[in-house]
Design a protein around this ligand. Structure first.
Ligand code: PLP
Length: 376
């Protein structure tokens, strides 16, 4: 349990995850014993360097890459900015459901963004991406996330690699939500990972750069750490925690995916039986095993249900964390095929490593009861 109070249930793992015990142990070990600067040539530096190398190797294994491809950053947001700022031409081709970090970085740099809409209640299709790529001047970069944080719908990013390489267009895949939930079997030019989405600490992530990708430019000038790609002394406790979480995930997958899927299916079947008129967004599509974008019946608004559940100790999200409290419908849910009215009835339930069957059964009592209380 992420919280010691037994009445609390956390089903918002796509916002962030509780720290894994293995990650906590690694962080404490780095805080207590490994204070050295990994760039120093003496014993203290060497010890820190070993921890850094082990963490890099673990993240590389998670990404299906080699250690020298991994550049540690402060998280996915920084990694995305670095990839975008490293591209010279102005046009970007982005799926319409990318994380706000992508659109924020593009806007900050005054890039021209060509959007690719996903299929109705489904993925971003390869043909749709190639049509937008071929329909204008050659883009600097294509951005398609591996799995969407709000819907859990998976995009066929592996199938994009070859046609984009043929065209000489690099591909950035934000795998922040995918890593740790499913085995990574794609090798884009740039892959983005955030430690806190897979049981590691916040404030650390990585960009994994393919050997044939256009090289990254450092966002900061300074000590030339991370092979000159990310200056600044490495945050060793955070990186050690990231490495431990990555190693844990590699060891647990694919059993973990199957466990998540079984719990998620039990949750969805129970909720749909209890709440006629409800449905799961993307039910027919390939989805993350831990995520349910659950649309409540007419007259039942998700913000109100979320409030009731929160008072009962159950943490879920209405849309993404970034949209909580906002009165505008979620951009992602609209692009994914919901009407505005449906998007206000969408709850995101996301499961993770500490979720139990008992918790799912308690939510199967609490959520329909909350929905009936708020129904108009
Ligand atoms: N990309 C996706 C898909 C995410 O879900 C998130 C987190 O919400 C991010 C990027 C940004 O991650 P961070 O806030 O750790 O930089």
């Amino acid at each position: 349990m992420p919280d010691s109070r037994p009445d609390r249930i956390y089903l918002d793992y796509n916002a962030t995850t509780p720290l894994l015990a293995a990650a906590r142990d690694a962080i404490l070990a780095a805080l207590d014993g490994g204070f050295g600067n990994p760039s120093s040539k003496h014993w203290a530096g060497r010890a820190a360097h070993t921890v850094l190398a082990e963490a890099r190797a673990a993240v590389a294994r998670l990404a299906g890459a080699e250690p020298e491809q991994v550049i540690f950053t402060s998280g996915a947001t920084e990694a995305i900015h670095q990839v975008l700022r490293s591209q010279r031409c102005s046009r970007l081709v982005c799926s319409a459901i990318e994380h706000p970090a992508v659109f924020g970085a593009a806007e900050g740099d005054r890039r021209e963004v060509s959007l690719v809409m996903p299929a109705n209640r489904g993925p971003v299709e390869v043909e749709a991406v190639l049509e937008v790529v071929d329909g204008g001047p050659p883009p600097a970069l294509v951005c398609v996330m591996a799995a969407n944080n709000e819907t859990g719908i998976l995009n066929p990013v592996g199938e994009l690699v070859a046609p984009l390489r043929e065209r000489g267009v690099p591909l950035m895949v934000d795998a922040s939500q995918y890593a740790g939930k499913l085995e990574i079997d794609f090798a884009p030019d740039y892959m983005i990972i955030a430690a806190h989405k897979l049981g590691g600490p916040k404030g650390v992530g990585a960009v994994v750069v393919h050997p044939e990708a256009p090289p990254l430019v450092s966002l900061f000038d300074g000590g030339g750490q991370e092979g000159g790609k990310r200056s600044g002394t490495e945050p060793m406790p955070a990186i050690a925690g990231f490495g431990a979480a990555a190693a844990w995930s590699v060891a647990q997958l694919p059993g973990l995916s199957a466990r998540y899927a079984a719990l998620r299916d039990r949750l969805e079947a129970g909720l749909q039986a209890a709440l006629p008129g409800s449905f799961v967004l993307g039910a027919g599509a390939r989805r993350l095993p831990n995520t349910s974008s659950f649309v409540l019946p007419e007259g039942v608004e998700s913000e109100a249900v979320m409030g009731h559940l929160n008072r009962a100790g159950v943490a879920v999200s209405a849309g993404s964390a970034c949209h909580s409290g906002s009165v505008t419908p979620s951009r992602v849910l609209l692009a994914s095929g919901l009407t505005a009215a449906e998007s206000f009835r969408a709850l995101r339930l996301s499961l993770g490593h500490a979720t139990t069957e008992d918790e799912i059964d308690r939510v199967l009592d609490l959520l329909p009861a909350a929905a009936r209380r708020v129904a108009r």
